[in-house]
Write a protein that binds this ligand. Sequence first.
Ligand SMILES: [Zn+2]
Length: 498
Amino acid sequence: MKQASTFEVIAARCWNLLNEGKPFTPIFVVGTMLLFYIQEWGDPSFWQVSGISFLFTLPLLALYYHFDFPLLLRNYLWIPFVGYLILFGDVNLLLLAFALGLYYFFTVFFWGTFYYHLRIGTSWLNFTRFWKLVLKNSDSTSGNAQEQMPKFLLILSVWQMFMTKVETGSAVQGLAYTLFLLGIFAFSWVLHRYLFDWQPDVKETRTEAVDPIGIPSDRVIMIVIDGMRKERFHEADTPFLDKLRKTGTEYAQMETVYPARTVVCFSSMMTGTYPKEHGIKSNMVWKLGIKVESIFDSLRKAGKKGRLLGVAHLIDAMGDDVDSYTAVMDNDSVDKGILENAKQIMEKENLDFFNIQLISTDQTGHSRGVLYDEYIQKIEEADRLIEEFVSWLEEKGYMDNTTLLVCADHGQADGIGGHGHLDEGERYVPFFMCGPSIEEGKVVDDKHSLISVAPTVAHLLGVPFPDHSRGSVLTDALKQTRKEPHNESESHRIFTSS
Ligand SMILES: [Zn+2]
């Protein structure tokens, strides 16, 4: 399987500018205005007028960049737009219709059809479903129509109003506009202060060392089925994963972090702390690299080796500790390719800790929706592939004293498999461990956080916690005494049955 090329790493970053809602809004507003007035480009006064009037939109752009208006809060975005219509009443309906057309062209055709067809082989007819998904979608991407529409309709209207005023030399209602902006700011602040109350609790203290309890592992293999929504996993027919779940310890309330974006979640799992501390706050990484130590640094300190095999975006956070695979690949074969790649890496590097990200489930959720059968099929495929992979690891002797950890980084909500704001289906993820160090047949019902991954892996492998780790070691899963295998074959076959 091909590695992500430098071109892909950069292309993925550029795509994030359009894919993440925050940078998208200003880019889309400017792009729409320029395309709408394409015939005026030759006229220098157009650039002057549009440039000066654009300055009036900057406070609004900043305000809408700062405030997320997550989930139900997005409904309140129509109030500033309606307020604008009442106060100023100045709209160019043709411009707004053009913007709406362009928005749906971008999301439904460019992204939902053209982009997915080229990148992962989705059908050319994907728009017939994708438009429904975009309308419902609630995540922090540009595909959140109900958030983006009231934002860009207002900003474009304001820009157009000032363009007309500057062009005709009529008085700018400076005071009214200033009060209008202050009103939106106060409105946004109050909404986020009092209604935005579903973020996960944050642990204030650092990871505490656990007395030497449990049995150390020689190795930890972690398989992250990206975006696997918990109740959809339970609905799927996954005999192998079910067996692992039942023979090991399952965490029934394992909570992801906020915002539940892939690069954010992986950074939290690998550092043991929150986005605020490791610095990765969305998939759009402005400043490359996490700001704190990761489990990979901990392993190095102890002379051990760990790797993360994942998509190109993860390089933005964890740099050289990532073996990236190309995400430009048919979605029906990508996970198989990843695990083949993982075998090669394992044979070459004999890793102490190996974190492998499977992406096909997540990609199907994004391109076809999570509430359709295709999504379940992908989870079932992952089950077969993981079984085959673990069986290979056992044959090669890599599982002898190994802890196997299977989880998702976040769930996915209705719509375009959205995740970020912790809508229904995103918050709690499947999470279970098994192996000689792990309690058998145990279900832990207490609430835990994915920030526990790094300290737990560190504890199992006997290496220091990453320096800013806050997660607690998942002690409920740790077995106190070793059960000696009855015979040779059992010692090699604790995970697979054949
Ligand atoms: Zn993800």
